[in-house]
Design a protein around this ligand. Structure first.
Ligand code: PEP
Ligand code: CO
Length: 447
């Protein structure tokens, strides 16, 4: 990055999607407080993730990035975090076992609290209020009081991120992620389903392999790669004041890292080349993602690659495509060819969620499982036709038994959506749909 970058230099650029804070002085005070609090992650961890994602960019590994659309201050529990981790670990095992490809695991977790919105305001009847922008900003209830952008929420988001991350570290490093526990990740309500049974077969195969290895003298306890698992954190770097406050200079390299998460991404609504989000993330050394939707041109994609990864470091930039199932076959190949021909080492991931959202007749925002699968299949097809590597998937899911997305083996119908529709923002795949998706992706990945 040029020498005129600093954690505050984004202030000189137009920043889309920033809330109107009710009290600017209180906001400034909060940013000062956050700046004095400890970093949530360390630069060395972010560097390790860049190296892992470099393998994705080079076609040697697959990225599974998954979690909530928006984390909630209300639905915050150890069980919820554990169950989300279980699904991510199950999906990773299915993908690795069936394809033999290493899986890089990144959660949309421990910081995913801010949402970009298509409109600044929401109108119901004759009342118009500011839109809900995620719990880092305001509350979802449709009252004037709830919708006030309250800077104290940034502090709450920081502390919830810290305790979530603490639990993620404990679960992944403290024995829960040990490969011999592969059966225990199957939740009861999943285990009884067809997907759960299929998973049990994979788990039994792994168990047999572990018994064989133990007989050879290699146990999970004695092998760190089998005893612990790496799950990194990520969120959309939307509220730039928050990201600025958590950006710290690494004492080893003297470089800037945004220590609010291992990986940060730029959303489809904030990827303007001359905007503050691209400027800010160009200057931190974390691995970063950038969403690209159906309206992006090949020139814009190349300019984003130049702006965000001028040194062409593999793993530094993941392009997360979200074209929609009907458009991916037409829109993606020209982008893949342009990036390939320019020699940019990009990791490509498919977000099959955000281009396939619609409002069902019941009035609920939803997605159909078949559209999600169709976009992933189109993504693989586009990569195969261009000779590029379909590097990963980016999924909104929960470990709970919710009814938010239509279809899947349970055949959730519009009439069922009300049974357990709990998301604060976009509809998420439930645990069974997520596991089913992992099996389908594994089939596409198999050599
Ligand atoms: C999201 O990931 O929740 C999101 C808002 O996506 P996008 O920026 O692709 O619209
Ligand atoms: Co979303």
């Amino acid at each position: 990055m040029t020498t005129d970058w600093s954690p505050t230099s984004w202030h000189d650029f137009p920043a889309a999607q920033q809330p109107q804070w009710a009290d600017q002085a209180a906001f400034d005070a909060v940013i000062g407080t956050l700046g004095s609090l400890p970093p949530l992650v360390f630069a060395g961890e972010a560097r390790r993730l860049t190296a892992d994602l470099g393998k994705v960019a080079q076609g040697e590994a697959f990225l599974l990035q998954a979690g909530d659309c928006a984390e909630s201050f209300d639905a915050f529990s150890a069980d919820g975090i554990r169950d989300k981790l279980k699904v991510i670990l199950q999906m990773a095992v299915v993908l690795m076992y069936s394809s033999g490809v290493p899986v890089v695991k990144v959660g949309r977790i421990a910081g995913q609290f801010a949402k970009p919105r298509s409109a600044d305001d929401e109108t119901i009847g004759d009342v118009t209020l500011p839109s809900f922008r995620g719990h880092m900003v305001n509350d979802i209830a449709f009252t004037g009081e709830a919708r006030v952008a309250d800077p104290q929420r940034l502090i709450t988001a920081y502390h919830q991120s810290a305790s979530t991350l603490n639990l993620v570290r404990a679960f992944t490093k403290g024995g829960f992620g040990d490969l011999s526990r592969v059966h225990a990740w199957n939740q009861e309500f999943v285990a009884s389903s067809a997907e759960g049974q299929r998973y049990e077969e994979v788990a039994a195969g792994i168990e047999r392999a572990l018994q064989f290895m133990a007989a050879c003298g290699v146990t999970t306890e004695s092998t760190p790669q089998l005893h612990t698992v790496d799950v990194s954190t990520s969120h959309e770097a939307l509220i730039l004041g928050y990201e600025e406050a958590l950006t710290r200079r690494d004492s080893l390299t003297d470089e800037w890292y945004d220590c609010s998460a291992h990986m940060l991404w730029i959303g489809e609504r904030t990827r303007q080349l001359d905007g503050a989000h691209v400027h800010f993330l160009a200057g931190v050394r974390n691995p970063i993602g950038c969403k690209i939707g159906p309206s992006v041109s090949a020139d814009e994609v190349l300019a984003l690659c130049e702006a965000l990864n001028p040194e062409r470091i593999p793993g530094r930039l993941t392009l997360i495509t979200r074209m929609g199932a009907d458009k991916v076959g037409e829109r993606l190949p020209p982008l893949l060819r342009a990036v390939r021909d320019a020699g940019h080492p990009v990791a490509w991931a498919c977000d099959p969620m955000h281009g396939n959202t619609f409002t069902a007749p019941s009035g609920r925002k939803t997605r159909h499982f078949d559209d999600v699968l169709r976009e992933i299949a189109g993504f693989f097809e586009a990569h195969r036709s261009c000779g590029t590597w379909p590097g990963g998937v980016h999924i909104e899911l929960t470990g709970d038994n919710v009814t938010e997305c239509l279809g899947g083996a349970e055949e959730i119908l519009d009439a069922d959506l009300g049974t357990r529709y709990e998301t604060m923002c976009d509809p998420r795949l439930n645990a069974r749909q997520s596991l089913d998706l992992a099996f389908r992706v594994a089939e596409l990945l198999r050599p």
